[in-house]
Write a protein that binds this ligand. Structure first.
Ligand code: NDP
Length: 266
């Protein structure tokens, strides 16, 4: 039987193996969905300055803390957006995120997208290194970085601990994920349900039926068994709960390989 575990990042910090995504939630939804997700047992919340809802995310976190969830058990993630690249702007964006969330520190801070300019990426990365060294971010990383975007950071004092990329059945990103594995970088899977586009797939439905699970749960289980950290998003209380209910079964090697072989799906 599968059990909920933690992923240990290269700096020794433990990260939950599944999280709750907050993209496309407005502030009110963010408050209620994050609050509910935390009550249901999620401990990782994936946010970003770009989502424009960090005030609501922060309120949801505080609601949960008032009901007994402790800050130390949470793993709060945010990201610096493309319009705030460069040392000073990245620092300012981080402080704005902390103010909006009303938190003293983040558990993980990411560069949301590579800028296309390695020097600019390096200067934002230096800001993240300084935030990490000051204790304001317990871990740091990037998102949507390919090997050629990651390599220019490798001669800096600290190497990214996480790369958050789009991964779902039929979109498994072998080149980036194996590069990350080789370099000790934990992969987080965004759009882990392919934004719904894979949920009617025949193979996934067959496997789901065999376990009495939903196709969404099969996607999440596949990602977890591949060693990724998926961050599914939902506004539906039932689906928020469903997406966390993936620790009472385990896909076989054959099923994992069959899902690995799925072609890209539109
Ligand atoms: P997901 O793959 O999580 O899919 C979300 C969609 O699936 C929504 O339409 C949701 O609808 C539906 N859904 C959720 N659960 C179920 C279920 N159990 N059964 C059926 N349908 C379901 O896509 P996202 O793009 O939202 O990605 C998740 C998170 O990843 C984001 O919220 C964000 O945190 C992160 N992300 C990061 C990016 C980056 O660049 N780093 C880019 C994009 C996303 P409903 O809400 O109605 O349930």
């Amino acid at each position: 039987m599968a059990e909920k575990e933690m992923r240990t990042l290269s700096n020794g910090v433990n990260m939950p193996e599944i999280g709750f995504g907050t993209y496309l939630l407005d502030n009110l939804q963010a408050r209620s969905c994050v609050g509910q997700a935390l009550q249901d047992g999620y401990r990782l919340i994936d946010g970003a300055a770009f989502y424009g809802n960090e005030t609501g995310v922060g309120q949801g976190i505080r609601d949960a803390m008032q009901s007994g969830v402790s800050r130390e058990d949470l793993f709060v993630v945010s990201k610096v957006w493309k319009d705030s690249m460069g040392y000073e702007l990245t620092m300012a964006s981080f402080e704005k995120t902390l103010r909006e969330l009303q938190l003293e520190y983040l558990d993980l801070y990411l560069i949301h997208w590579p800028s296309g300019d390695h020097e600019l990426d390096r200067s934002s990365w230096q800001a993240l290194i300084d935030l990490y060294k000051s204790g304001k971010a317990r871990a740091i990383g990037v998102s949507n970085f390919k090997p050629e975007d990651l390599m220019p950071l490798f001669d800096m004092e600290i190497v990214p601990m996480v790369n958050q990329i789009m991964v779902y059945p039929g979109w498994k990103q072998d080149t980036v994920t194996s590069f990350c594995r080789q370099h000790g970088i934990q992969v987080m899977a965004w759009s882990p349900l392919g934004r719904g586009r894979v949920l009617n797939n025949h193979l996934l439905r067959q496997i789901a039926a065999a376990y009495g699970k939903s196709t969404a749960q099969i996607c999440l289980r596949w990602e977890i068994q591949k060693g990724f950290v998926p961050v599914p998003k939902s506004v539906s209380p039932a689906r928020i709960r469903e997406n966390l209910d993936v620790f009472d079964f385990e896909l076989t090697t054959g099923q994992m390989q069959a899902i690995d072989s799925l072609p890209p799906m539109e």
